[in-house]
Design a protein around this ligand. Sequence first.
Ligand SMILES: Nc1ncnc2c1ncn2[C@@H]1O[C@H](COP(=O)(O)OP(=O)(O)OP(=O)(O)O)[C@@H](O)[C@H]1O
Ligand SMILES: [Mg+2]
Length: 481
Amino acid sequence: MCAVTPPRQMSRLSAIREALAQSPQNISLLLLFARECIDDLRVDEAREVLESVLVIDPGQIDAQLGIARVLYLQGDLSGAAVRAERVLQRDPNYAPAHLLLSRVSLGEGDKARAIEHFDRAAQADGTLSDPALERELGRTARDARRPATPAASESSPSFEFSSDPDSPDYDVDSLGEEDFDWRPETFYAPGDPERARVTFQDVGGMDQLKEEIRLKIIYPLQHPDLYKAYGRKTGGGIMIYGPPGCGKTLILRAVAGEVPCNYLAVGLHEIFDPYWGSSERNLHQVFETARANAPCVLVFDEIDSLALDRRNVREAQLRNLVNQFLHELDGLRGDNQRVLVIGSTNQPSQIDPAFRRPGRFDQAIFVPPPDDKARAQIIELLARDKPISHLDTAALVRRTREFSGADLKWVFDRAAELTLSAAIQSGKSRPITMDLLVQVAGSHSPSAASWFEGLKSLPQFAAEDSLFNDVRKFLNAPRSK
Ligand SMILES: Nc1ncnc2c1ncn2[C@@H]1O[C@H](COP(=O)(O)OP(=O)(O)OP(=O)(O)O)[C@@H](O)[C@H]1O
Ligand SMILES: [Mg+2]
C-alpha cells in the first residue's frame, strides 16, 4: 500500500530531517520525527528512529512508549503491553502509557481493565481527553476523575448508638450504606488543572503549617522508602485555629494546589441532615470516600460545629455526630490509611478535648495575625495586578501592625473603591496612591483584637490549657513599635 503523504506533512518531515542532519543525536528532534512518522503510518521508519533513541538513552520512556505504539499499530498487542508496562515501572503515573494500555486491553476484549487504565490516565493528567476511546468505553475523563464511591457495607443500618467512642463497645460500623450514594462537592484528583489555581505561594506567612503539611503528606509520597525506613506513616491529623481573617480557609484551599494526591474538602452542609442518624451516615461516607481514594487529604473548614465539646451539647443527635467523628478519626490510625485530615476553627475553645488525643488531631497549630514578614508578602500579593503608584511595602507594613490578612484585603479593596469613585466623578482614570492606602489603613482597627480579648476571658485560657500555649506565647512576645 502506498501512503499518500499530504504536502504539509512532507515539508514538516523534511524540515525535521534537515534539522536532524545538523544534530543527529538530538533526542527531542528524533522523538518529534518518530511521532510524525507514526502519524503518517510510516511505522518501520518510526521504530528505527525510536530504537536509535534507546541506543543514546536506554531509559528514555517516550521512545519506549513510541515503540509500544508502533507494536500496537502493527497488531502486536502483547508486545505493546510489555513495552508500556515497562514505562509504568519507571513512572507509575505516566498518563500516555495508561492510555495506550487502555486501548490494548480493549483490543484484548478486557473492558474492565481498559477502564482501569483509562481512569488512571485521566486522574494523572487533568487535561486528558480522548473522545474516540471515551465513546468505546462509555466513560468520559470527567467520570474518571470523580472520586470512587466506597463499596456498600454488608451490615444492616442501625443508628441507635450513643456510647463514647473511647469505650470498646462503640459500634459505628453498624452504619449501613445501602442505597446511599454520597458524593463530595469538592474533590480534586491529581492532575486536575482547577486544583492548582491556589498554592502556598498565594498564602503569606504560615511557614510552620506549610512545612507540617509537607512533612505529613507531600514528603512521604515523594520519598516512601525513606519514610518506611524511619517507621513514619503518611497522613494524620492537624487542627488549625486562630482569629478570623488570618487565612485558615485560604491555606486549606492552597493545600489542594500543593499536594500530589487526592483532595477532598467537605462543607458542613454536606453532612448535617435533620433526619435521625443521617448526619452520622454522611460523615461515615466522607471518611470511607477518603479511604477509598487514599492517599488523600480530607479537609473540614470550620470544624467547630462538627467537633463540639460534648459536655456543652444537650441534643443526643449532635453528641452522636461528635462520637462518630472521633471514631472515624480512630479508624485512620492504621499504618496504611494514608489520609491526612485537616480541620480549621476560629473557636478552639468549643472543640471537644477528645479530638486532641494522640492519633486524632494530635497537632494543633495556631495561625496568628501575620507578622511583619508575612504582612509584606500579603501586601505584595494583594497589590498584584492592581494599578498602584509607587507601592512602598515597608511603609504599609509599619502602618498595619496586628492587621489580619482580611484587614489588609479590606484596605486594598477600600482604596480601590475610593479611587474608582474619584475616577468616575472626574472622568479620568488614576492609580491607587500610597497616601490613600496609608490613610485607609489608619482608619481601620485590627479585627483580631476582639478575638484575643474573648479568648483571654475564658476559664480554659486561665486554666493554662496547653492548647493555648502558642496563643500565650504570641501575646507575650515583644512586638516592634
Ligand atoms: N496569610 C494570608 N495570605 C494571603 N491572603 C490572606 C491571608 N490571610 C488572609 N488573607 C486574605 O483574607 C481573606 C480571608 O481569609 P480567610 O477566609 O482565609 O480567613 P479565615 O482564617 O478562614 O477566617 P475565619 O476564621 O473567619 O473563617 C482571604 O481570602 C485572603 O484574601
Ligand atoms: Mg475560614
